[in-house]
Design a protein around this ligand. Structure first.
Ligand SMILES: [Zn+2]
Length: 375
């Protein structure tokens, strides 16, 4: 693991402040261990990186950068010793280099350190996390579902997520013993009608699963997901229609459920603290216990999904197919992948799933770019 002492560091996303806001609490980024070595040198050591700050001012600043004081407080503390503009410039530079960051004075330092390690600005992550409440509801009285529900509620609380009653929550996590319970089709439609955002969680079995996020007016929906999962479970189709659950999770221990719940709680907290780019918006997260492998699986939209897709219009599709192929010039991407792509692979998949034409995805304000911007 490289651990060379350097004088500049990588900037996590959103860390580059255009202008420092001295009205907010700031402090040394909480993932650093801080060591003053002599009167002129400060070492900032994280698990993987090391930074050296040379100068008496850095040593003098340390007691004030505890996350309890605003930038203005820090500047005032040096009134008469260091010009305010000089102090502002130093703090601005430290902020840009991620040596210091905005902090939530009331939140645990260790959790804020975790946000930094995950690439999130801690104060913003705490604000976003506090803005949500999650309800965890069991889909059945199956013992694995009940135990998983309790484990997830506990783990969410420990992760800093507000757990609320169903009526007070803006996200509903439905705990299941099988992602393809047949009554989830009804629930899918009911949730959309009620305008609820929800997701599934399965703690039992050899592969715990979480997500994706089902939005009431968005896609994919549970029908899209089940459509693709059924491709790997053809045997389900021959089971009698009255069976509500065909493959409930049968393998579990209290420890495996607790592990899965903790994994899910951390991912949920991360998603709630990072509304701009949550992987859970379009992926199922998994933990493959036999292979000890974490995975994320993009959920393909189902074209003409009867629940969330556009209505199928066979005549229009046929007419479109009759049109002759027209070749057009497009700039190729600047990446070298052995081909001549004009669009990234995932954009093509998204484009096809939505039934869009390539012209809808031209460079500059394309739907794909907007989609990325929404993440
Ligand atoms: Zn759908």
């Amino acid at each position: 693991m490289p651990d060379q002492i350097t004088s500049a560091g990588p900037l996590p996303k959103d860390a580059i402040a255009t202008e420092i806001d001295l009205g907010r609490p700031i402090g040394i980024s909480p993932h650093f261990s801080v060591h003053a070595t002599g009167k002129r040198q400060v070492l900032l050591l994280s698990e993987e990186r090391s930074f050296r700050l040379g100068g008496r001012l850095y040593v003098a600043l340390l007691p004030y950068l505890d996350g309890k004081r605003t930038g203005q407080d820090v500047v005032k503390a040096f009134d008469g010793r260091v010009p305010a503009e000089r102090m502002r410039s130093v703090l601005q530079d430290m902020l840009k280099k991620n040596y210091i960051c905005y902090l939530d004075a009331a939140a645990p330092a260790a959790r804020q350190a975790m946000w930094v390690e995950l690439g999130l600005p801690p104060a913003d992550a705490e604000r976003d996390l506090a803005g949500h409440a999650v309800a965890v509801v069991p889909v059945s009285r199956n013992p694995v579902v009940i135990q998983s529900t309790k484990a997830l509620r506990l783990a969410l609380t420990q992760a800093g997520v507000q757990v609320a009653a169903r009526k007070d929550a803006d996200l509903l996590v439905v705990v299941v013993e099988d992602y393809l319970r047949r009554d989830l089709a009804t629930m899918n439609r009911r949730m959309r009608k009620a305008g609820r955002t929800w997701m599934l969680f399965k703690a039992g079995g050899s592969m715990p699963l979480l997500g994706p996020l089902f939005r009431p007016h968005g896609a994919p929906c549970w029908a899209c997901l089940s459509n693709h999962m059924m491709e790997n479970r053809p045997g389900d189709t021959v089971v009698r229609a009255e069976a509500a659950v065909i493959r409930p999770a049968r393998a579990y221990t209290p420890a495996s459920l607790s592990f899965a719940a903790t994994f899910a709680a951390l991912e949920l907290a991360r998603a709630l603290a990072d509304e701009k780019s949550s992987t859970l918006e379009s992926h199922v997260l998994s933990f493959d216990l036999p292979r000890r492998a974490y995975g994320q699986h993009m959920v393909r939209l189902t074209p003409n999904c009867p629940v969330c897709g556009a209505k199928e219009r066979p005549k229009e599709t046929l007419e479109r197919a009759k049109k002759p192929l027209v070749l057009q010039a497009h700039p190729v991407l600047g990446q070298v992948d052995g081909g001549w792509r004009t669009l990234p692979a995932d954009e093509v998949v998204y484009c096809k799933a939505k039934g869009k034409e390539q012209s809808d995805y031209e460079v500059g304000g394309s739907e794909f770019e907007k989609r990325c911007a929404r993440r």
